[in-house]
Each structure stands twice: as C-alpha cells, then as structure tokens.
Design a protein around this ligand. Structure first.
Ligand code: PAF
Length: 292
C-alpha cells in the first residue's frame, strides 16, 4: 500500500527503510538536499556489521501527504503545520509516534481521521542524512486514539516483518503514560548529568535521583503497581545502557528538546491536580536553561 512517512530523523529513516520492502513509501523530509540524497542513493540500513540499501522509495520535501496511511515521526513541537494540513485533507489513517503527551489534545481534534498513537521501542541512530543504524531490535506499539476504531484500519499491523514488528495495545492512555514515565525518569537526568542511560541504574547516587523523579511522575500519572513500573524503568536503563538518550543528544547537538511534552506536561497536570512536584520543576528549569 502507499505509505507516507513524515519526518526523516532516526525513526523516520528506520521506518522508511523497513516498510519500503513491502510498501510504496514516500518519505517527507524538511530539507531538499536530504530528499535529493535519498532519491539518488536510497537509505542505508546498518544492522550489526551488515549494511543494506533500500532503493525502492521516494523522498519528497513538499508536504503533499496524499497517501492513505501516514506515519508521523517528527518531534511533538514540530506537529503544528502537519496538523493544519491534515485538517484540510480527506479522511486518512494517521499513526503518530511522538514522545510525551502534551500533543494528545491536539490529536483529539482530528476526529475526521482514523488516528492511532504509538511508541517506538527500537534503538535507532541516524548516522547521516540517508544512513540509519538499527541499534536495538524492539517493536512499535500502536493504539487507537478514538474509541471504536477497528484494528484492521491500520494495515501495517497485518503485514508484520522480521526485526520491525508492530504490536496492538487496547489502552492508549496506559501505553503513553508508561512511556512518559520512562522518558521523564531517563531523558532529563541523562541530559543534565551527561551520562548514558545505564548510569541511572548502576550509579547509586544517580539511581536515587531517578527514583525522586519516578515518585513525582507516578503521583501525577496516577499509575498503580509502583514496584513493577520502577522495574520497567530500570530494565530500560539496563537494556539501553550504552545509549545516549534522545534528550542528551538534543542538548549535545544544540537542538530544542522535548522537555515541554514530557516534564512540561507533567507539571501542568500536577497544577490541575494541586500536587507539589519540586523535582520536576527543577528538571524543567535545568533543561530549558541548557537549551540556551
Ligand atoms: O528518548 C529516548 O532516548 C528513549 O525513548 C529511551 C527509552 C529513553 C531510551 O534512550
């Protein structure tokens, strides 16, 4: 089927490289040079010591978005123009793959479309404008945002492929809250301390700091099963021990971070529920200050 992938960072390149094996993929880039590079040489997918080139796809820097299935991989703070374009477009199936939750109310205004949200559990590293390394094999979990949406509306779920599976989750709120908890505990602290994820599990002092973030975030998200959730966060730190979190990379490369969608969202929720979250405020200000 025809699939449009919007955003050509690590997740966009990885999705395009895999899905173009079975589908007619158009990858929407922001920069013309990147689109030209991909159209000339395809996307290189690096897995361990192997490298394969995906040539059967098209890259486009003009936002046509005509495909019946769109997969949106840009950061949450880059969504505005895409949402405005979608509001004028005929009904489509759209899968949003953003960290954080502050964009969810905006997606809820897209009721003319079949909207799915998803979380990416792959490790992916963009090595160049047309090279992506698959650093950790995971899956993409997807869930319908509007009640009554049928599973078979998302065709990629029916066409599974090795090393790039999709998994269906019924409860989008729990799925997104759990991922938000992981990102809240790992991303700002690793960016502030400039350490890879594993240090939050292995360094006892950093582990205590992660625990303080965890307690405040759990309170705001009203998640139960505290011990289980903590084990889950720690398991991700250990499984991605050598990885530098996306927020650490954003800071190192002088980009804007996703602090608003992650910690900003939690602070706003805490305000509504009249909860005190001093550690989250501290992290928010630290990262905002580092963004320069
Ligand atoms: O944003 C990230 O870096 C990732 O979502 C995670 C899970 C924290 C691993 O680095």
């Amino acid at each position: 089927m025809k699939i449009g992938i919007i955003g050509s960072g690590a997740v966009g390149l990885l999705s395009a490289a895999y899905l173009s094996k079975n589908h007619e993929v158009t990858l929407y880039t922001r920069r013309k040079e990147q689109a030209e590079l991909i159209n000339a040489g395809g996307i290189s997918l690096v897995k361990g010591n192997q490298e394969s080139i995906s040539l059967h796809l098209r890259a486009e820097d003009k936002p046509a978005y005509t495909e019946p299935l769109l997969i949106v991989t840009v950061k949450q703070y880059q969504l505005e123009d895409i949402l405005n374009a979608l509001k004028k477009s005929p009904p489509k199936t759209v899968l949003f793959l953003q960290n954080g939750m502050s964009h969810i109310p905006l997606l809820q205004t897209l009721s003319a479309h079949r909207v799915f949200v998803g979380i990416v559990e792959h490790g992916a590293l963009k090595l160049s404008d047309n090279t992506v390394k698959h650093t950790g094999f995971g899956c993409i979990k997807v869930s319908p945002l509007f009640p009554g949406e049928r599973l078979n509306e998302l065709p990629v779920l029916k066409m599974q492929m090795d090393h790039f599976p999709f998994e269906y989750i019924g409860d989008w709120k729990y799925m997104m809250s759990q991922k938000l908890l992981v990102n809240a505990c790992i991303n700002p602290l690793t960016a502030l301390l400039r350490v890879p994820n594993g240090e939050l599990a292995s360094n006892p002092m950093f582990n205590k700091m992660a625990e303080s973030v965890f307690h405040e975030a759990m309170k705001v998200l009203s998640l139960e099963k505290g011990q289980e959730e903590w084990e889950h966060v720690m398991a991700i730190c250990r499984n991605t021990a050598q990885n530098r979190s996306s927020m650490l990379k954003d800071i190192e490369e002088g980009r804007m971070t996703e602090i608003d969608g992650i910690i900003g969202y939690l602070i706003n929720q805490a305000k509504t529920e009249k909860l005190e979250v001093p550690v989250l405020h501290f992290l928010y200000q630290a990262i905002r200050g580092m963004e320069g």
